[in-house]
Design a protein around this ligand. Structure first.
Ligand SMILES: *[C@@H]1O[C@H](CO)[C@@H](O)[C@H](O)[C@H]1NC(C)=O
Ligand SMILES: *[C@@H]1O[C@H](CO)[C@@H](O)[C@H](O)[C@H]1NC(C)=O
Ligand SMILES: *[C@@H]1O[C@H](CO)[C@@H](O)[C@H](O)[C@H]1NC(C)=O
Length: 383
């Protein structure tokens, strides 16, 4: 479309506005939710119950790579997506590596990946909001559960994607995504990665002894090239934003902003937290104030913390990373229970876990521009 001078003025204005709107869509692609929609965001209810909750309880056990428990937890993810989110594509990404545990053999790692692309768009033209946590747990101390590290983050992500799935269907049924793509509007889907082998398996003396699953995945996705002329060159290049959740579920979260490239996304989250709190929808924030301690900083004031986590192999390929990890240098770094037997179900602050699930749901809905599609009530009434 172009603006020609023989169009009537109001048509020219209209055309200009349309162009402007599509340009804004391309550049920002972030649409805040209304107060009403925020109040409608689904809550996890009993699904986070630590004894028999459908989402969280099955993850609250030791999950060392290659053990039966690790397989059981992975099967829990597979079953959840298969039964609850049938439009998602499930992949198991396998790799193996020599580790301090494996002696002469190799240890096998299996990442769980679930994704949902808009219909009828070539995969190389789809950017993907990518939400990530690791599902493996530490070998030592024996019996270590890793409730914040990262059982709770996995359950939070499961709740969030379940909460936006119907809205995605409604949006993709009502707007013609393939035509949007031809008009060079940004087209985005979503994917979830639960990584294996994030924790080190040895005594900490080998700096390469961790991030096994994410390293293999980043490498494989960098070599999965899309056809020439696609919007994205490779699968790793199609990651719109890599949102990594780790060590979440302790009281008084303090989340630093680590990367200037994603400080705007961080600020969107901070704004959302405040809005949810103002609407009295957060159960915990009144007690501890805002979690996003760097929200008012300018990008020049940020400094990378140098935390080794699953984002590192992706960062090396130029992926934009939003690292949601609880870290506060004033209290000595990570949450108190970190890497101890106290990181168990009983030490989770459930109000915080729930609030995280609400916040992540809202963030994903805003990122994917689902305002206007989040309301399930009409559908319910129609039945
Ligand atoms: C597997 O999980 C159960 C709890 O569901 C636990 O009692 C058992 O010790 C775990 N096994 C291993 C090998 O970690
Ligand atoms: C990875 O291994 C599992 C079996 O554990 C298999 O079902 C799956 O298809 C494998 N994934 C790929 C991509 O080959
Ligand atoms: C949304 O809610 C906030 C907090 O209650 C309020 O200050 C604001 O005016 C509301 N916005 C609209 C458009 O109603």
């Amino acid at each position: 479309m172009k603006i020609t001078s023989d169009m009537p003025l109001n048509q020219r204005t209209q055309t200009f506005l349309l162009l402007l709107l599509s340009w804004i869509g391309l550049v920002t692609a972030y649409k805040t939710l209304t107060n009403e929609t925020l109040t409608l965001l689904p809550r996890p209810g009993n699904d986070f119950n630590i004894h028999h909750g459908k989402l969280l309880a099955p993850i609250l056990k030791p999950r060392v790579p290659e053990t039966g428990n690790s397989t059981a937890v992975r099967n829990h993810f597979v079953k959840f997506f298969h039964d609850t989110l049938p439009d998602w594509k499930i992949e198991l990404h396998n790799s193996s590596a020599k580790t301090p545990l494996s002696h002469q053999k190799e240890t096998r790692f299996v990442n769980f990946v679930a994704s949902r692309d808009p219909p009828e768009v070539y995969p190389g033209n789809v950017g993907r909001l990518t939400v990530v946590a690791h599902y493996d747990s530490k070998v030592t101390p024996k019996g270590f559960i890793g409730a914040i590290d990262s059982a709770a983050p996995c359950a939070i992500i499961m709740h969030a994607v379940r909460s936006i799935d119907k809205a995605l269907t409604r949006k993709w049924n009502s707007v013609h995504v393939a035509a949007d793509q031809q008009r060079h509007r940004k087209v985005e889907g979503i994917q979830v990665i639960f990584t294996d082998g994030e924790e080190e398996l040895g005594d900490g003396s080998d700096p390469g002894d961790s991030l096994y699953g994410s390293r293999a995945l980043a490498q494989d996705w960098a070599s999965q090239k899309y056809a020439q002329g696609s919007t994205y060159t490779s699968r790793i290049n199609s990651i719109a934003l890599f949102v990594l959740l780790d060590l979440l579920g302790s009281p008084r979260p303090r989340i630093p902003s680590s990367f200037k490239e994603t400080h705007d996304a961080y600020q969107h989250l901070a704004r959302l937290e405040i809005r949810l709190a103002e609407l009295n929808l957060m159960k915990s924030s009144e007690m501890w104030g805002t979690w996003f301690v760097d929200a008012n900083k300018r990008t020049e004031e940020l400094y990378p913390l140098g935390i080794t986590d699953d984002h590192v192999p992706f960062l090396k390929h130029g992926v934009d990373v939003l690292h949601l990890i609880d870290y506060d240098w004033r209290r000595g770094g990570f949450p108190e229970v970190w890497h101890t037997l106290d990181d168990d179900a009983q030490h989770l602050e459930m109000a915080v876990v729930e609030d995280w699930s609400l916040l992540l749901t809202g963030f994903i809905a805003e990122w994917l521009e689902l305002e206007g599609y989040m309301d399930d009530r009409d559908e319910m009434a129609g039945r």
